[in-house]
Structure formats: C-alpha cells, structure tokens
Design a binder for this molecule. Structure first.
Ligand code: NAP
Length: 254
C-alpha cells in the first residue's frame, strides 16, 4: 500500500510521551517527513535515547526531555529547552497519557487525580506553553490523543474515560478559540492499539474487545500515525476542533 507523504522540513515538533508506543511512532514519522523533533518522556530514558538516535539517523535534529507533563514548572522548562535547542514549536502532539483498568470500587481519589493531572492538565499545560508563540507567528498545529473511551461507557476505566472525554471537549473549544490565529487543534480517538499501555489489561478482556471490533483485530501504531500526519499537514487546513475516531469500526461517531 502506498503511503501519503508530507514535507515537514523546517518544522519543529514536540511529541509528549514520545519515548514509546504511539508517540514514538509519530515522532519517527515526523522526522521521516523532515521535521526536527523533541520528544518528552517521564521515566524511560533508555527508550527515549533510542528514539533520539533513530531520528538523528534520519538526518534530523532531536532531543529528549524528561518532564512530567502534569508539572507546570517542568513543562515550562521543557518548552524553553526545545525552543533554545531546536527552535520555536510548530507542531505539538499531546500524546503522554496513563490508563488504569479498575472497577469503580477501586477508583480512588488518588487514581482519579493522577489520571486527570497527566491526561487532562498535562494537555492543557503543554498547549498553554506553546500557544502564544504559535499565535504570534500565525502558525501552529496541535494534535491531542483522545480515545474511544471518551465516547462510550468504560465502567472499568471511569477516570480514564472521563479524562478522554475532557480531551475531546478541550480540542473542540481550543480549536475554535485559535482558529483565526492560524493555529489548528484536532484530536485522534483510537480504539485498541498494541502498545505497552495495554500491558495491564486482562488478556481475556482484550480477546473480547477484538471480538467486538468489526475488523477483528487490535490496531497498530501505524493505524494512528497517518491520521496525525494528515492533521499536522496543510491537507487538513479546513479542519479544527475535530476528533477523528480510528477504532476498526467499534465506534463510529459522529
Ligand atoms: P504507552 O505506550 O504507555 O506510552 C506512554 C508514553 O507517555 C510514554 O512515552 C511515557 O513515558 C509517557 N508518559 C506517561 N506519563 C507521563 C507523564 N506524566 N509525563 C510525561 N510523559 C509521560 O502509551 P500509548 O499506548 O502509546 O498511548 C499514547 C496515548 O494514546 C495516550 O494518551 C493514550 O491514552 C492514548 N490511547 C492509547 C490507546 C491504546 O490502545 N494504546 C487507545 C486510545 C488512546 P515513559 O516512557 O518515560 O514511561
């Protein structure tokens, strides 16, 4: 199958949670299309430096920055470092996220606050740290990772589902708020995608979910990166505030 290609040379991207999974795949694809890429990670420095090496092998500038996206000071320092070392940020991919499968009886305030602070406040903080510069330059693209969990009931992931509904609402409102300034904001709502995030999920539950998926498979990161590239490219210039679902037919909203 031939893939769409884009020219992102002279663009600078920041991908949060770019050390693994979907974020890593997006970071590598951006570099293949010519962007310089900063990736952020929380703990896994080895995985992050592998991604940096792979990006440098493609002839692009790359840095990895350890920061908790839920911490305002760490986010501010991270964004300053990216700007100083590779330039003003054109593309922000708010991908860092955490996912816990737990029943309501185990959805503690601690788990709730941790999920909201990383998945929701982290997306807000990173967006706020880059948006004014984007507005000043009259150019910016933000892509947020939502989930189908934000669109349908997830009784075993109440905090996660709530956080992803918030991302869909955030995308909608920020997209419209920045529309006249040349800054577009969109989101991707994936279904089940094979990454480390599924490590804690019950294998039986995964089998059931595959059964419920019309295309009868788990998705791969390669099912998501083309959507991110399209959203970051000029080919989607008439689209902002929008969430696109990629779930093998499990959820078909809107
Ligand atoms: P993953 O493989 O678990 O990777 C998570 C990434 O986020 C890692 O790079 C991790 O860094 C980073 N991270 C976690 N907490 C962080 C924090 N507080 N600050 C900075 N970085 C942090 O996840 P994934 O499956 O690729 O998922 C990526 C995004 O897609 C998430 O927002 C997730 O909710 C969403 N999504 C995933 C699926 C799926 O089925 N996989 C479905 C729908 C939506 P370290 O390497 O340092 O730990």
């Amino acid at each position: 199958m031939s893939k769409a290609t884009y020219d992102f040379s002279n663009r600078v991207a920041l991908v949060t949670g770019g050390s693994r999974g979907i974020g890593k795949a997006i970071a590598l694809q951006l570099a293949e299309f010519g962007a310089d890429v900063a990736i952020n990670f929380r703990n896994n420095a080895d995985a992050a430096s592998e991604v940096v090496n792979a990006i440098e092998q493609l002839g692009r500038n790359a840095i990895a920055i350890k920061a908790n996206v839920a911490d305002p000071d760490e986010v501010a320092t991270m964004v300053n470092q990216v700007v100083e070392r590779i330039g003003p940020i054109d593309f922000l991919v708010n991908n860092a996220g955490v996912f816990d499968v737990v029943p309501h009886t185990e959805t503690s305030l601690e788990l709730w606050n941790r999920t909201m602070s990383i998945n929701v406040t982290g997306t807000y903080l990173c967006s706020w740290a880059v948006k004014d510069s984007m507005v000043e330059r009259g150019f910016g693209r933000i892509v947020n990772l939502a989930s189908i969990a934000g669109l349908e009931p997830k009784p075993y992931a109440i905090a996660y589902a709530t956080s992803k509904s918030a991302i869909i609402g955030f995308t909608r409102s920020l997209g419209v708020a920045l529309a006249e300034d040349g800054v577009r904001v969109n989101a991707i709502a994936p279904g089940l995608i094979k990454t480390d995030i599924l490590d804690t999920a019950d294998p039986e539950l995964l089998e059931q979910l595959i059964e419920l998926t019309p295309v009868k498979r788990i998705g791969s990161v390669d099912d998501i990166t083309p959507i991110a590239m399209f959203m970051l490219s000029d080919h989607s210039d008439f689209m902002t505030g929008q969430t696109i679902v990629a779930s093998g037919g499990r959820v078909t909203i809107p």
